[in-house]
Write a protein that binds this ligand. Sequence first.
Ligand code: MLT
Length: 449
Amino acid sequence: MKKSYSEITAYVKELAALSCSNNNIKPEMYNEHNVKRGLRDLDGNGVITGLTEISHIKAKEKDGTPCEGELYFRGYNVKELVADFNKSGRFGFEEVMYLLLFSELPNREQLDKFKETLAEYRSLPQSFVRDMILKAPSKDMMNTLSRSVLALYSYDDNPDDTSVENVLRQCMQLISVFPLLAVYGYHGYRHYHLNKSLHIRNPKPHLSTAENTLHILRKRGDFTPLEAQVLDLSLVLHAEHGGGNNSSFTTHVVTSSGTDTYSAIAAALGSLKGPRHGGANVKVVNMFDHMKNSINTKSETEIEDYLVKLLNKETFDNAGLIYGMGHAVYSKSDPRADVLKQCAKDLSAEKGRQEDFQLYETVARLAPQIIGEKRKIYKGVSANVDFYSGLIYKMLELPYELYTPIFAISRIAGWSAHRIEEIQNNGKIIRPAYINVKEKKQYVSFDER
Ligand code: MLT
């Protein structure tokens, strides 16, 4: 007899309980077996798993003392790149992509040619928007992105060729169309799930990635120079973060199996979607929205009380976390958060949102001490890249649904560089070991159970 939905749900609940009760791996066993949980040692330092030339993160001096965080793309300090972009008022993301992919800074001619090629690639196969993006609109744009990336495999005449030339072509095409996949996916969601009008606008060849993203997203396609500049800087800062961050490591792992570019990038997207990785920027904004509704005067004492409650799992999502604070590698500061803080400040002045900025700044100042006391973290914590990016996206009036996809629109540059680096330097499939801790059992035949 056909089972009802609630009967099936109750059965699945029972099976889940069975699965949990049969899981006998205790936290202390990881130490007993000397397993580096999360591929990190007891101090939280990552286990060395590869070599890269793409970027370098500095968070400690040679003697191990924590220092202000520094980030280098192909040997160049990101803060110096940003300072030069700001000084000349030029967009930096395309230049950074060139640097990450080809390991050298482009001159004007090289950059123009690269941008022209990206503009050529910035279109989707005929009917792709209708057939692939709008057909089954998802409420999660990271899901739409992964699905679209996998579907693009079918439109590629040479999908499985993993030569550097072919992979580079595929990566440049994906880099170009990522804003379209994410933003059109959002328009589809708005139309079919929220009953709003549907507008699909074509990108313009002469616009930068940041400008095009705002152009195809906004109802009238318009934006201020500061808005485009701030989004561009955010793309610059999110583009790359070493081989060890979860999505870039995923790119290495999946690439090492010899699979195609679409599969590797879809896997990286799946990783970035997680709230412990790229999904954190949405959590930060949700947490601040909740905080603003929960406190009246916004006095420092009230804010402190709220932060303590967060850590005590007594408020917001009861996870015991202050989202946007702390990082696996950085301790004293995340250089990207420093730059984004200034962007958030400038934008808050243009938008008349100084009060919001002040609240973020106060939390960034108070939280490290509270976390340090409560969690006994001696390495120190500070605001990370997700802390101010959410506020910036909110002031740019980007929908929450696009916060993590914006991260992806940028990070695909790093993933592409890592995929190519893996192909060039590693002939081996990544295959770490797991220790089996289940004892052998005497088999019981089906009739005797
Ligand atoms: C990133 O940019 O990928 C995040 O900061 C996470 C990380 O580096 O592990």
